[in-house]
Design a protein around this ligand. Structure first.
Ligand code: ZN
Length: 277
C-alpha cells in the first residue's frame, strides 16, 4: 500500500487496537483472495470470461470503493475501476435528482470527475514517486453506468482504466496504486481535502454547480439536499438514512434534565435549503 491511511473506525469496542491492526493487515493481503483463488492469472480469468462466466470483484478497501473485472468481448481487457464516494457522491446524487434535465446533470457529473482526476492524479503520482522513482500513474476515464435495480435510476459514476489482457501476466500489473488512492481521495473521512483543496465540500459543491449540476445544501448543517425524491416528494432530505430529513441540532435540545420526556425540541428541525437556488 503506497499511502498509509486510517481504516474506517467501525471496530466495536471489544476488539483491541493490535487485533484490529492485524485484522486489517490480513484483509489487505486477502484483497483479491477469492478472486485470485478462482483465477490465478489474468489469462485464467479471460478463459473463464470467454466461456460465459461473470469475472468480477468489487468491494471497499481501506475506505475506497473499487472494482476489478474482465471484459472478454473483442480484445479482452482487465478493467480497474474506482467509484465516486463520500460527500461528492451524495452531492451529485441530490443534484441529479433536483435537475430539470438529468442528462445534462449526468454530463456535468462526468465533467466534474474528469476535472478532479486531472487535479488529483499528479498529486497521487508524486506521492508514490517518493518510494518508486519514475512511477507513472494511469490516466483514468470518467464513466457512468445505468443502475437498473432501483426505481430512482441514479447512475453509478466512477473512473476507470483498462489493461489489454495479452500484455499482463500477473494480477499485480493490473492494480495501479494511484488509481487505488483516487478511490481513497473520494472518501470524505480520510482527509485528502487537507492536501488537495479542490476536494473540500465547498469546492466540490461549486464545481458541480459550475458544471450544471444543481446542488442545494442545507444553510444550517451543510449537507446536500433534494426535495424531489419520489418517496419524499416536497420534503428536503439527503441519502444518509440515520439523518435523512433531520437537520443537526444543538445537543442540549435532547437534554431533558430529568423532567418530562417529550417536548417541542424532540421533534427536531427540518433542513433549511439555501435560499439562493
Ligand atoms: Zn440541515
Amino acid at each position: 500500500m503506497p499511502v498509509q491511511v486510517t481504516p474506517a473506525a467501525e471496530a466495536d469496542g471489544v476488539v483491541d487496537e493490535d487485533e484490529w491492526d492485524e485484522a486489517e493487515a490480513d484483509e489487505d493481503r486477502d484483497i483479491f483472495h477469492c478472486f485470485t483463488q478462482d483465477y490465478p492469472t489474468p489469462a485464467d480469468a479471460v478463459r473463464a470470461a470467454r466461456s460465459g462466466e461473470k469475472v468480477e470483484w468489487h468491494g471497499r478497501i481501506e475506505g475506497g470503493l473499487m472494482r476489478h473485472r474482465v471484459l472478454a468481448d473483442g480484445d479482452p481487457v482487465v478493467e480497474q475501476a474506482v467509484f465516486m464516494d463520500g460527500f461528492l457522491a451524495s452531492a451529485a446524487c441530490c443534484g441529479w435528482i433536483q435537475a430539470e434535465d438529468r442528462a445534462e446533470a449526468e454530463r456535468g457529473i462526468l465533467t466534474t470527475l474528469t476535472e478532479l482526476h486531472d487535479i488529483c492524479r499528479p498529486v497521487l503520482e508524486a506521492e508514490i514517486r517518493a518510494a518508486r522513482p519514475g512511477y507513472r500513474a494511469r490516466h483514468l476515464h470518467a464513466f457512468s453506468e445505468a443502475a437498473v435495480d432501483t426505481p430512482l435510476r441514479f447512475p453509478r459514476f466512477g473512473l476507470r482504466t483498462t489493461y489489454a489482457a495479452r500484455e499482463v501476466a500477473v494480477w499485480e500489473q493490473t492494480r495501479d496504486p494511484a488509481t487505488w488512492n483516487m478511490a481513497l481521495s473520494f472518501a470524505s473521512f480520510l482527509g485528502f481535502d487537507e492536501k488537495i483543496p479542490e476536494l473540500t465540500r465547498d469546492a466540490l459543491t461549486a464545481r458541480l454547480q459550475r458544471n450544471g449540476v444543481p446542488v442545494n445544501r442545507c444553510a444550517r448543517c451543510g449537507v446536500p439536499l433534494t426535495n424531489r425524491h419520489p418517496r419524499w416528494n416536497g420534503v428536503w432530505t439527503w441519502p444518509i438514512a440515520e439523518i435523512g430529513t433531520l437537520c443537526e441540532v444543538p445537543s442540549d435540545v435532547n437534554d431533558h434534565d430529568g423532567v418530562y420526556m417529550f417536548s417541542d425540541g424532540d421533534f427536531g428541525y427540518p433542513h433549511q435549503p439555501e435560499p439562493s437556488i
